[in-house]
Design a binder for this molecule. Structure first.
Ligand SMILES: CC(C)(COP(=O)(O)OP(=O)(O)OC[C@H]1O[C@@H](n2cnc3c(N)ncnc32)[C@H](O)[C@@H]1OP(=O)(O)O)[C@@H](O)C(=O)NCCC(=O)NCCS
Length: 235
């Protein structure tokens, strides 16, 4: 039990660059509070204490803004960042090391009893505001873009975005245990300093080309203005 809580705290610490200490994680992360409440509510649910389980989950929702149905099955080291507006349905199943951002819905599209909500395999990352709707599987290590609406199964290690969600990155062998912050491909979000240097280098190249062109103008295309600039350059 305490090991699980320790692992949950470690998971937040490892995946949120804003987390500064474990005590901060314990005190300030509603995703962690909702998860701890869910672990208790789920125990009550499977023992048949259905009303108490629902009540506890609603108290947790009131305090954290995160609604997890006590019937949902959740694996180890689950992390909900920010959390407000997250809804996880009764028959949702979540593997290990899964990450959700705020306002994610793991919902259903049918009122039939039985499995109505998605299954997220290990290491899945779901961006802010995304809705994953239906009783299908999102494969291990898949990433879902913010605000996507996913209506069908997603292959392992695949990235999908948009409404309805479409594939933007085909399956590539990724180690989903190495958490990429916000689900971005490593290196996809440019370092601002590196970007500035790259822009400067590009500008220098352009200016060098322009000087070369002015020094050696194509005879026919030479205008009076260009001739004057060239004369100045040769002075
Ligand atoms: C989906 C995601 C994981 C993709 O990251 P990535 O693999 O680095 O992909 P890229 O940034 O190279 O984008 C690939 C393509 O998808 C598009 N794209 C990326 N995210 C998108 C989104 N949420 N919605 C629509 N299109 C998106 C890009 O414009 C790009 O399109 P292009 O190929 O036509 O240029 C990432 O963009 C994302 O949405 N992460 C969730 C972030 C989040 O929720 N943050 C909240 C923190 S509080």
């Amino acid at each position: 039990m305490f090991k699980k809580i320790r692992d949950d705290i470690e998971a937040v610490f490892a995946r949120d660059p804003a987390a500064r200490s474990k005590i901060e994680v314990l005190l300030c992360y509603p995703g962690l509070h909702a998860l701890l409440a869910h672990r208790l509510a789920h125990r009550l649910w499977v023992r048949g204490w259905r009303l108490s389980a629902r009540w506890l989950s609603q108290v947790s929702r009131f305090l954290t803004g995160i609604e997890i149905h006590p019937g949902a099955v959740i694996g180890e080291r689950f992390f909900i960042d920010h959390g407000m507006g997250v809804v996880i349905g009764e028959t949702a199943e979540i593997g290990d090391d899964v990450t959700l951002y705020q306002a994610v819905t793991l919902g259903g599209v049918s009122g039939d009893p039985g499995k109505r909500h998605p299954t997220l395999e290990d290491g899945v990352i779901v961006g802010a505001g995304a809705a994953v709707l239906g009783p299908f599987t999102v494969g291990r290590g898949a990433r879902i873009g913010s605000n996507a609406v996913v209506l069908e199964a997603v292959e392992a290690n695949t990235t999908v975005v948009g409404v309805p969600a479409r594939v933007v990155r085909r399956p590539v062998p990724v180690d989903w245990r190495c958490f990429p912050a916000y689900g971005n491909e490593p290196g996809a979000v440019a370092d601002p300093l590196q970007s500035a240097i790259e822009r400067l280098c590009k500008r220098v190249d352009e200016l060098e080309d322009e000087v070369t062109r002015l020094r050696h103008p194509p005879a026919a295309a030479e205008s009076d203005d260009e001739r004057r600039v060239v004369a100045n350059l040769h002075r």
